[in-house]
Ligand binder design. Structure first.
Ligand SMILES: *[C@@H]1O[C@H](CO)[C@@H](O)[C@H](O)[C@H]1NC(C)=O
Ligand SMILES: *[C@@H]1O[C@H](CO)[C@@H](O)[C@H](O)[C@H]1NC(C)=O
Length: 189
């Protein structure tokens, strides 16, 4: 009962934010730093897959933050080794982005920069997710990504200049990262 109540409140909050134009504001590229959403809304639930109860459930994935800094390729490899079907996390909506942010804030508040699973395909200016899911959502830091069509900064990180937003950065840089996997046992609610 308690959990259900919390969830409705979260949905209500999101609905209100949507109505208030906050989401649109973000798409226009403002920093929106005055809205302290993460502090009050929707901490992620526990992953409900046996053996992964120290992971969180975000969107349709179970996810976990890893603190030891690795470059993008090593981080992706580490995710694949950690769990069958594991990859760096892909992000498909505002709520999931916010929940991932709240996880890193909880686990490593002094160093929020982390890899997501996005990368630019062969200097094409197009981004993909390492898990093969559609690139259907993005929240770039205003002005980013800047190094399209070059091999300078091809991988996607969160929390560089603007908390909660994304930046393209050289894949050789070492950062914390979030792994994710999908499983039939993850209950869709
Ligand atoms: C947001 O809230 C958290 C927790 O209450 C607090 O630590 C943080 O400083 C707040 N951030 C802003 C920008 O007000
Ligand atoms: C990541 O580090 C490994 C060594 O741990 C290296 O072999 C690999 O080339 C690096 N990848 C990138 C993109 O820098």
């Amino acid at each position: 009962m308690y959990k259900r109540g919390t969830k409705s409140v979260c949905f209500l909050l999101l609905a209100l934010l949507w109505d208030s134009g906050y989401v649109l504001t973000i798409k226009r590229g403002d920093t929106a730093a005055h809205v302290n959403l993460t502090a009050s809304c929707c901490p992620p639930k526990r992953c409900n897959v046996d053996g992964f109860n120290d992971w969180f459930k975000v969107d349709k994935y179970c996810v976990k933050y890893f603190r030891r800094p690795l470059n993008f390729t090593d981080a992706e490899k580490s995710c694949r080794r950690t769990v069958p079907g594991g990859h760096l996390v892909s992000v498909h909506n505002f709520r999931a982005n916010n929940e991932l942010l709240s996880i890193v804030k909880m686990k490593n508040p002094s160093n929020l920069r982390m890899w997501l699973g996005g990368y630019e395909l062969f200097q094409s200016g197009k981004f993909l997710w390492t898990d093969g899911s559609f690139w259907d959502y993005s929240v770039w830091t205003p002005g980013e990504p800047i190094n399209l069509y070059s091999s300078v900064e091809e991988c996607v990180e969160m929390n560089w200049k603007v908390i909660g937003k994304w930046n393209d950065h050289g894949c050789n840089n070492k950062k914390g990262y979030i792994c994710a996997f999908k499983h039939w046992g993850i209950i869709d609610e």
